[in-house]
Design a protein around this ligand. Structure first.
Ligand SMILES: *Cc1c(COP(=O)(O)O)cnc(C)c1O
Length: 423
């Protein structure tokens, strides 16, 4: 019995069946979360974290021990030489941009080997827009190797990387595509391939949505530089803003010169009392990512049980927390999002409507009822209203809350006469 909410018996029965199917996958996820929790905790202990690390600094922020030690803790967790963890990064895009501007110079050649990257990076690279100071405006050349059947094309990568290639860029998550995410093992293959062609090439990974989904991180398999957002996996649902860059210490130093100024780098930047939440967010991140993964697996199992296309499949290996759901028509996307929204802890009373969003060429309907605006480690769904009518779903601070939202989404579809697989 689902208490407090009116869920149709048939949905409840389907949910029970789905949960049984997910049992093995849930166990695997719990094992990964446990391993990562131990890894994080070891880093806290090795660095003797104490309350003094949470003390706020102001002004220039000289000698902020909490900030400097947080970098060390993160570097250890990520298997990197150094890290730059700052609330000053306004988003994932900003963090990735700082990393790219930090290490690339005029005349350098950047090669993206996972097809065209995430939409918001286009303006940074100069794939779209002009006159805004993109990498292209600064004389940095860009090219890409397309995916082959949604997977990295190692043969083409081998041929595309040469002595002139400065950076090989990898996007680990599927973003808003239907291709599979890259596992750390996939990243390792690309690193080996790229470095065989040019041992000096910098391999950079957009690690957004990937952190703690597996037991290893990209730097442990040879990535030179990685970056991600604190309002996704890395912040554990606790951090309210920020991002991180990690990797080779010479490269992280250059990124710090870009974030602040040449000469000052990591030495400045008042933490203003944000350290505690960044530490606590990291402490929670392995668990929260595990809950988000379980939520994705459950959504996949439940809706594939109803007869919808889901990718990844509930029992597939995952390198990110994103779940795609093919709902076949506009009405179902809207009903699904309304159901998700109706169960959110924040803004449950809002009714999602399709609307024209900047950067999209079709209307988009989304559900997000989050404690942190735009946070996508909290359960959220985004669905462009166009063929093939898929919703991209991610997050879930805890499994029961995401399960409830999912049941309400199915219920909303049922009440609108749209849900398949029940009679
Ligand atoms: C979210 C995301 C970004 C950009 O992060 P924002 O915080 O939205 O700016 C970049 N790449 C990938 C793969 C992402 O998932």
């Amino acid at each position: 019995m689902i208490p407090f909410f009116d869920i149709d018996k048939r949905i409840e029965a389907a949910a029970e069946k789905a949960e049984t199917l997910c049992g093995g996958q849930f166990k695997k996820i719990e094992k990964i979360a446990e391993y990562n929790q131990f890894k994080v905790q070891k880093a806290f202990i090795d660095n003797s974290i104490s309350e003094t690390h949470f003390v706020p600094t102001t002004g220039y922020g000289y000698g902020d021990r909490g900030r400097d030690t947080l970098d060390k803790v993160w570097a250890q967790v990520l298997g990197a030489e150094d890290a730059l963890v700052r609330h000053n990064f306004v988003s994932g895009t900003h963090t990735l941009a700082v990393a790219l501007y930090g290490v690339l110079r005029p005349g350098d050649n950047m090669l993206c080997v996972t097809g065209t990257p995430y939409d918001t990076i286009h303006g940074v690279i100069g794939i779209s827009g002009s006159g805004m100071g993109s990498l292209k405006d600064f004389g940095i050349n860009y090219s890409e190797v397309p995916l082959k059947n949604g997977r990295p094309d190692l043969e083409a990568i081998k041929n595309a990387v040469n002595a002139d290639t400065t950076m090989v860029y990898i996007q680990r998550s599927r973003g808003y595509e239907l291709r599979p995410s890259l596992t750390v093992e996939d990243v390792e293959e690309i690193v080996k391939t790229a470095k065989a062609s040019n041992p000096g090439v910098i391999v950079m990974v957009d690690n957004c949505y990937g952190e703690f989904t597996q037991t290893r991180e990209p730097c442990e398999v040879g990535a030179d530089l990685i970056a991600g957002s604190m309002i996704k996996n890395a912040g554990g649902g606790i951090a309210r803003t920020g991002g991180y860059i990690a990797g080779r210490s010479d490269l992280v130093e250059k990124c710090a010169y870009r974030l602040t100024t040449p000469g000052l780098g990591k030495e400045v930047g008042a933490s203003l009392g944000t350290n505690r939440e960044l530490y606590m967010g990291l402490f929670y991140a392995p668990h929260t990512v595990g809950e988000a993964l379980k939520s994705a697996v459950f959504i996949s199992a439940l809706f594939s049980g109803f007869g919808y296309d889901t990718t990844p499949a509930y029992n597939a290996e995952r390198g990110d927390i994103v779940q795609c759901l093919g709902l076949e028509n506009e009405e179902s996307l809207v009903a699904f999002c309304r159901g998700i929204q109706s169960g959110s802890p924040v803004d449950s009373f809002l009714t999602p409507e399709p609307w024209d969003m900047p950067g999209y060429d079709s209307k988009v309907v989304m559900a997000a009822g989050a404690f942190t605006l735009g946070s996508s480690i909290e359960l959220s769904a985004v669905a462009p209203i166009r063929e093939p009518f898929y919703a991209w779903i991610q997050g879930g601070l805890n499994y029961p809350s995401a399960k409830l939202c999912t049941l309400l989404a199915a219920q909303q579809m049922l009440e609108s006469g749209l849900l398949k697989g029940v009679d």
